[in-house]
Ligand binder design. Structure first.
Ligand SMILES: [Zn+2]
Length: 125
């Protein structure tokens, strides 16, 4: 299952970031997913609930944010939002473009709790 292996890798990275920051706990994991990632947010949440308790993220909450698809025009370098998967530059009309965001699952940020800290603090990876 695609989502399960993705979550397994998200959990590994989250734990590595938490330990690098001396955190005792991870409170929230913020993920962003793009429309081209081929990932179902609900399946992602299910996989997280199943895998997180055994990974050391006992009480972490998963927050999934869907990102817009963004492309960069190869002709004029303009970055634009792609709607309905139509890659047409709004400035020059070129259809030759690179995807710059929206094709991946990414850890946007983690909310960590440090041992001496009762208040959760945010840390960008
Ligand atoms: Zn262009």
């Amino acid at each position: 299952m695609h989502e399960a292996s993705l979550i397994a890798s998200v959990l590994r990275q989250s734990l590595a970031i938490a330990s690098a920051n001396g955190a005792s706990d991870i409170v929230e994991v913020h993920l962003s997913i793009g429309p081209l990632s081929g990932v179902e947010p609900t399946l992602l949440a299910t996989a997280f609930e199943r895998l997180a308790p055994g990974s050391g993220l006992r009480a972490a909450t998963l927050c999934v944010q869907e990102r817009e698809l963004t492309a960069a025009c190869r002709a004029c370098q303009l970055e634009y939002r792609v709607r309905d998967f139509e890659f047409t530059c709004p400035t020059c009309g070129s259809t030759d473009a690179d995807i710059v965001a929206g094709d991946a699952v990414m850890i946007e940020s983690l909310t960590l709790r440090s041992p001496s800290d009762a208040v959760p603090t945010s840390s960008n990876s």
